[in-house]
Design a protein around this ligand. Sequence first.
Ligand SMILES: Cc1cc2nc3c(=O)[nH]c(=O)nc-3n(C[C@H](O)[C@H](O)[C@H](O)COP(=O)(O)OP(=O)(O)OC[C@H]3O[C@@H](n4cnc5c(N)ncnc54)[C@H](O)[C@@H]3O)c2cc1C
Length: 423
Amino acid sequence: MTGSDPVKRYSAASLFTEGFRGHTGWERAWRHPDPKPAYDVVIVGAGGHGLATAYYLDKEHGITNVAVVEKGWLGGGNTGRNTTVVRSNYLYPESAALYEKALQLYEGLSKDLNYNIMLSQRGMLEVAHSRHELEACAYWANAMRLNGIDSEVLTRDEVIALVPGINAGPGARYPVCGGYIQRRGGIARHDAVAWGYARAADARGVDIIQNCEVTGFRRDGAGTLVGVETTRGFIGAKKVALAVAGHSSVMAERAGFRLPVKSYALQAMVTEPVKPMLDTVVMSLATGVYMSQSDKGELVIGGGLDLYGSYAQRGNFPTIEKVVASAIELIPAIGRLKLMRTWAGIVDVTHDSSPIIDRAPVQGVYVNCGWGTGGFKAIPVGGYTLAHLLARDEPHPLAVPFSLRRFESGRLIDEAAASGIPH
Ligand SMILES: Cc1cc2nc3c(=O)[nH]c(=O)nc-3n(C[C@H](O)[C@H](O)[C@H](O)COP(=O)(O)OP(=O)(O)OC[C@H]3O[C@@H](n4cnc5c(N)ncnc54)[C@H](O)[C@@H]3O)c2cc1C
């Protein structure tokens, strides 16, 4: 079945028919199977990365005897909590290649999954508030071009035209000096990415097992991995892949190794919906605040990490206050909007703000983690490269630089600036 598309397609006539019978005849988008006794591969975590891995395991490598095991509900982790920004404006060639492959996969994903992920390439604009930041923008945009990725340096007037209402007056605390834009950047619907991969993986025979926490790993007398202990009993597995984001170090400890990952809360928030006022994603370099407008009209606002490590998935009030103050500084008119909701996810941050896609230092376990504040944009490539590693037992060329060995050799890929993680 490698390469074919087993997802059921509905005709326009079936939509018409269902309209008349109260929409009672649609099939479920994915099954709710009980775990089988054993699988070739068990993937822990039904976020975007875990689900995409399962999908590409069959699509690219013909491996279908796969389970994705999720302690909550699929897409209920960071994949359903993020601010949905996609872009490939990273600095170093290794990261540029990885994130650009992700963006290219996103560009074809609605068709590939036969599921509208609502990709909107409305541009990702970074605003420079000083001459020094503008120089950094030029350096950054030129590095992107050298890596074959689209970018344009913008003048102050071009930024003002793109963001009506931006605080560019003489009294602005952070003056607008220009910026740069990646026009192919933008947003995609986060739930749809999880649901699209889940439906497509399910149609290919992958078992997605929700409400099932992996609590431990079982090995035979020779130390060979034989499966995982879960809250729904033992599940046999030849290989286990961890795609659990903010809980990567917890799972690594259960598997008997350590990861150079720290977990932090990252918060986001939305305002009440308003008429269209912002048709790009805008980020202020000086403050780290960024925002876009959802299709519903809400302004979706994000900022930096909470200041200390935590697994408490709610976040701190001072961070909300700081992000809101920065957002109002950027576009003062939004100060009159109501803030509707705030929420947090637990993200996994490495020393160099770059991901890890590698075999674990214990037999049979494979890791996809360290995406920190920026792994939504990487979901397709995270799944694609982890599937390659699981299927062939060797890293995909794009993933070679993102091994665990870099923390021993010192070949770090420091993307703190591009990832928006202030260390
Ligand atoms: C507020 C916020 C804003 C963000 N904004 C952006 C953005 O604009 N752009 C961007 O690119 N990235 C963004 N990110 C980062 C992005 O959301 C994550 O990097 C990405 O979603 C990680 O996907 P994942 O599949 O690895 O993890 P998750 O979606 O978190 O999935 C991991 C899953 O593992 C499950 N799990 C954990 N432990 C176990 C266990 N023991 N057994 C079974 N299951 C387990 C969890 O329940 C969870 O569902 C943001 C993150 C947050 C929190």
